[in-house]
Design a protein around this ligand. Sequence first.
Ligand code: SAJ
Length: 434
Amino acid sequence: MNIENKKVAIFGLGHIGLPTAAILASSNINVLGADINRDTVDNINRGSCSFKEPGLDKLVRQAVENNYLKATVNLEEAARECQIMIVIVPTPVDSDNNADLSYVISACESIKSSLKKDDLIIIESTVPPETGINVVKPLLEESGLKCGEDFMLAYSPERALPNNTIYEMTHNVRIVGGYDKRSADYASQLYSHITQGDIIQVADITSAEMVKLMENTYRDVNIALSNEFALICEKIGVNVHEVIGAANYHPRVNIHSPGPGVGGHCIPIDPYFLVDIADKYGIKANIISTSRSINSSMPRHVVDLLEENIDSNINKGDYTVSILGIAYKGNVDDTRESPSGDVIDLLMGEGFNVVAHDPLVSSSVIESFGISSVSLDDALGTDCVILMTDHDEYKSIHPEDITKGFIIDTRNILDSQKFRSEGINFQAIGDVNH
Ligand code: SAJ
């Protein structure tokens, strides 16, 4: 079965869906992108993107100009016109940290309405294990068609680092799990048009779902371990960054970097899917849930570092704190689950006056956090500067820029000795100045 003369529908045109659509279209495969967001669809049909990702603008513009990529808000139309459907919609967690599968289910309902013999459906969205078998398969079979016999079903986790998505998507190894061998082989053939990397087939859909969750949970747990090391180092007066650097010379040690918390739409969310499934089978996922608690407590620790270094009798309403960086990590414009939001809420809850700067996030998005967006100069002139995001622009901050003499570097991108030797009160996670 050759892919070339098939049309591919991509459900969800976000940070992963749109690059996937553009990369496939740039290999001369007809792609119809489907998204519920009218602005996203209109932007794409004009040949542009709604978010920053190096190289993506050009890829989308060329694909649209060459008529290999179109976008629509009509999900049923996409399902009707295409033979291969890839679902890459968000799977957030609800207030109880349970997976919200409503977007996946909605996309599959649209696919079900026009499901045809020999269609291939691939889920890429990060989902709890057993979602493919227990939710997607029975839903699609409501069409009357049988999974395996009539249509094919596979799962392939997306793995692409934001800000390097195009390269990673076209080079990373791809994992594929199929309902049956035909599904896995057909999906593997599709991904050979996306990545130059190896395509690894695992036993089944559930195995592939588990791979993704283990990758991101591994990261969350290791970030939590580095944060716990930082809390210990603060008490014993050791610079955690120096000792992590030294420990990582060991050939089999890879300690991650402590920080102000864990943001993004994946790492802080995916571990809960494993906690849930473990709970369903009576297993307490202690390491995974404890790691989540540690990482979620780091914004409070940042505010503690501030309060431990000011006179507790000050009038907090007259004390201005600036937040450098609203994005969840350096050199991206994405603010989803950003620890900066948690620190802002905590500071405002304590009565401080809070302002913020971010070179990549618009003033209107910054103001949506309930604070003023200010220039970098103004931000550096406040009573306390808290560096929350490791944007490259902040690496060139000098001691003389900190006019009121107090900065907290939560990302270890400034030289603590240089600032302290200039008389600056320089505090950092894992490196405090008693
Ligand atoms: N962070 C730390 N310390 C570290 C590494 C990260 O505090 O040592 C923080 C970051 O500042 C950020 C958060 O953790 O706030 C997440 O950053 P990240 O770079 O770990 O994760 P993402 O969400 O940008 O990308 C991850 C990647 N997964 C892994 O690295 C295992 C990416 O490959 C995935 O495609 C992506 O999640 C996803 O979409 O699942």
